[in-house]
Design a protein around this ligand. Structure first.
Ligand SMILES: Nc1ncnc2c1ncn2[C@@H]1O[C@H](COP(=O)(O)OP(=O)(O)OP(=O)(O)O)[C@@H](O)[C@H]1O
Length: 577
């Protein structure tokens, strides 16, 4: 014998309230949705039919619509069978123009109500019908003899403990939030909450002011966007000041003019984290809870298309209002840099407008290039800060490329426009010391050779500014230099190449170089010292100082050297020796 499944309504309501919807508030949305769908259905029959939805409060909450209404048969079939809906065609596809599609929305009323009572009269004729159901799944249907207008009126009797959900103060903001753009005249306790037109289709509307109301910030710019293939229209609001790129970028999305949510993710590519959209769309799929969008292929295509539109707007802005484009770039440089890694137009924009830290102060790469030709960059912030003052004093221009995406972007400009500065280039820019002094210093270097040998470090005497800096540490000199010299040699003119290879042969192959500044008074005194122990101590101290200056991580050997030299200097200072 065949049996039919039975459904425990309490269980289903529990499922909806605890697992599907994030809050009982969604009942307001489901009621609005049904009212608007009923109006849409009626207008298919009679385009001039009224489109009014009224919500009033008394003992109970009542929502009345001028929609298509239901006949007695429909009441039995549609309202009383879970999952049955009038909003799908014979093949089961969601019918265009309707918000609902699953046939469960009405149940959400039981999240806040103990009883739903519905009085309806169909536009297709027949007597009015009254349907009344409780949360246990008992319902009754009666045919009424009195006159009622075409449409439906639904009354909710509050469930115990859920009374507040049905009060005007809670319901009014929920109706405006979900339904402000719905294509009907919706009033709550006598005042209309709908705007009638989409804000971005209303010529009178100040979009920046609208954005401020809708999203809570005054946008830098409101950019109209559209993707006709999915019936999407709306506005991309560009955030005014820097936002952290890790910030969740969310959007306010309406589906067929009903709010899906104001924190919907995934509508724009990640790089556009400085843009928040308000859109209405007809053909994207909501998730079952209708609180976010289904992440499908269509959404991916929409994301890409909207990304292109934001990008095109940026390029246009650059062409028409370069100054504003510059401001924007400065505020949102990380997103724009990230896009410039793969996009040539954006790369041009970055090159022209985005300030980089340089030895001539902050300036865009183009401007730096005009002054120095090729951009020489240092890919590490600490290394840059160590080398910059020295390079600047010798008139050698350097760019700090130690921040996110910098190296990738500079490398994309091509080797003739930008390349990594080789340590040997910097050395070549420093002056040669006077021979007599050099000879004196070299003999001290021999005397205290142990100090630097311990650290696998070479001393390289040079004349440079600032005079106050006694020594400069250049790391991985040999390996890096060999590599750089051959690279630079290939690109630079022959004179350079020769000079660089001379430099290479001049120094031996240790892993670091301590460039001693022969103009510095301490180094000058070092060249006159006669006590080998003091020479060694001075050299080691200079080395440790340079390590600290370079902010290179201290190895145990370095820390030991720091302790040793400090204590020994202290000992000498207080007169031990
Ligand atoms: N105000 C109304 N006027 C006319 N018919 C209504 C009204 N409310 C509900 N109905 C009928 O009841 C059916 C079931 O409604 P319910 O809200 O449960 O599901 P739905 O709107 O079809 O789909 P969804 O679950 O996606 O909301 C609807 O398909 C519709 O035919």
């Amino acid at each position: 014998m065949g049996h039919t499944f039975r459904v425990d309504l309490r269980g289903i309501i529990d499922l909806l309230s605890h697992h599907l919807y994030s809050s009982p508030r969604v009942y307001v949305r489901e009621l609005l949705q049904n009212a608007v769908d009923a109006i849409t259905a009626r207008r298919e029959l009679d385009p001039g039919a009224p489109a009014d939805v009224e919500i009033t409060f008394g003992e109970t909450l009542r929502i009345t619509d001028t929609g298509i209404g239901l006949t007695e048969t429909e009441v039995h079939e549609l309202l009383s069978v879970l999952g049955r809906t009038s909003k799908r065609d014979e093949l089961g596809f969601a019918r265009e123009g309707f918000l609902g599609q699953f046939g469960v929305g009405m149940l959400s009323c039981f999240l806040v109500a103990s009883r739903i009572t519905l009085v309806t009269r169909s536009a297709r004729g027949g007597a009015p019908v009254r349907w009344s159901a409780d949360a246990e799944g008992n319902y009754s249907v009666s045919v009424l003899s009195e006159e009622v207008p075409v449409g439906t009126s639904i009354e909710l009797t509050p469930a115990r403990g859920a009374e507040h959900w049905l009060e005007a103060d809670i319901v009014r903001p929920l109706v405006s939030e979900y339904g402000d753009l719905l294509p009907a005249r919706i009033s709550v306790a006598g005042s209309v909450v709908t705007t009638g037109t989409l804000p971005w289709e209303d010529d009178e509307q100040d979009l920046i002011a609208y954005g401020e109301r809708a999203l809570g910030f005054k946008a830098f710019e409101a950019v109209p966007i559209e993707v006709p293939a999915v019936g999407l229209t709306g506005v991309a609001f560009v955030l005014p000041a820097g936002v952290h790129p890790g910030t969740r970028q969310t959007h306010k999305v309406y589906l067929k003019r009903m709010l899906v949510g104001d924190n919907v993710e995934g509508l724009l590519p990640d790089w556009a984290y400085f843009v928040r959209c308000v859109v209405d769309v007809t053909a994207l799929r909501p998730t079952a809870s209708r609180e976010s969008l289904y992440q499908d292929e269509t959404l991916l295509a929409v994301r890409e298309e909207l990304g292109d539109q934001v990008r095109d707007w940026l390029i246009r802005l650059d062409a028409t209002e370069p100054r504003r484009a510059g401001q924007l770039l400065e505020a949102h440089h990380l997103g724009i840099k990230s896009l410039a890694r793969v996009d040539d137009d954006m790369l041009r924009l970055v090159e022209r407008w985005l300030p980089f830290e340089t030895t001539d102060g902050p300036m865009p790469l183009k401007q730096f290039q005009r002054k120095h030709g090729t951009v020489l960059y240092i890919p590490d912030v600490d290394e840059y800060h160590q080398l910059a003052p020295v390079a600047a004093a010798q008139g050698l221009g350097l760019v700090n490329a130690g921040y996110a995406y910098d190296v990738e972007l500079l490398d994309r400009l091509g080797p003739s426009a930008a390349r990594r500065a080789a340590p040997s280039e910097l050395l070549a820019a420093l002056g040669d010391p006077e021979p007599e002094f050099l000879a004196a210093l070299r003999s001290r270097l021999v005397m205290g050779a142990g100090a630097l040998e311990r650290h696998d470090c070479d001393a390289v005497p040079r004349d440079f500014d600032p005079v106050s800096l006694p020594a400069l540490l250049i790391s991985n000199a040999e390996q890096q230099r060999r590599k750089d010299t051959s690279e630079v040699g290939a690109e630079a003119d022959p004179l350079w190449a020769e000079l660089l290879s001379q430099l290479m042969s001049e120094e031996s192959g240790r892993s670091e170089q301590l460039v001693l500044n022969c103009r510095n008074p301490l180094v000058q005194r070092l060249a006159r010292l006669t006590d080998p122990a003091l020479v060694e101590l001075t050299l080691e101290s200079l080395y440790v100082h340079a390590v600290l200056q370079a902010r290179r991580p201290m190895r145990p050997k370095d820390t030991a050297a720091l302790n040793r030299s400090f204590l020994e200097l202290l000992d000498r200072a207080v007169g031990g020796r």
